[in-house]
Design a protein around this ligand. Sequence first.
Ligand code: ADP
Length: 180
Amino acid sequence: MSSSQAEPTATGRMAVYPGSFDPLTNGHVDIIERGARLFDRIVVAVLVNIEKRPLFSVDERVAILRAAFRGNPKVEVDTFGGLLVDYARRKGAHAIVRGLRAVSDFEYEFQMALMNRRLAPQLETVFMMPGEQYTYISSRLIKEVFMLGGSVGGMVPPLVEDELRKKQASLTGGPETRQA
Ligand code: ADP
């Protein structure tokens, strides 16, 4: 057997789960846990996107993800920029994992998956559905609801609630100041 390329071994199947994770929600957590059961390793890859104006910096999002999955050795957290297929190839990934919440996700995800297949035919995209209690949760809605004073309990990990509180305080100049 040649080892000239990053040819995966049967015991080391790895998937990349890319996204913004701004912030991590229980929907993402559900997909990551499902991915970790399906693959030997799952790399949660935070997209470095200079055009978007995120609430949490990439470093903050990575720190949240690392803290949330500290106890799961199958989950790795990383960042990437540029073409996802190039990143996946560099990592030696076998698959891209994406979550499908509703029909509304389908069209965009379908286009992306087929474009990625064209760019990297050997890389499969695997779609997973979260538990139905998470199907309506998006990072965007979480941010909106939280910033308007609504409860996001049960929809994000408790540490994300804490970070949202700190972020809100730092943005509004409240008594709780940002910690390094
Ligand atoms: P993006 O900005 O690329 O949509 P996200 O971090 O919001 O990044 O999402 C990353 C992936 O997780 C996408 O495949 C998205 O469909 C999926 N996802 C987001 N929220 C949920 C959820 N509540 N349940 C299942 N999958 C989700």
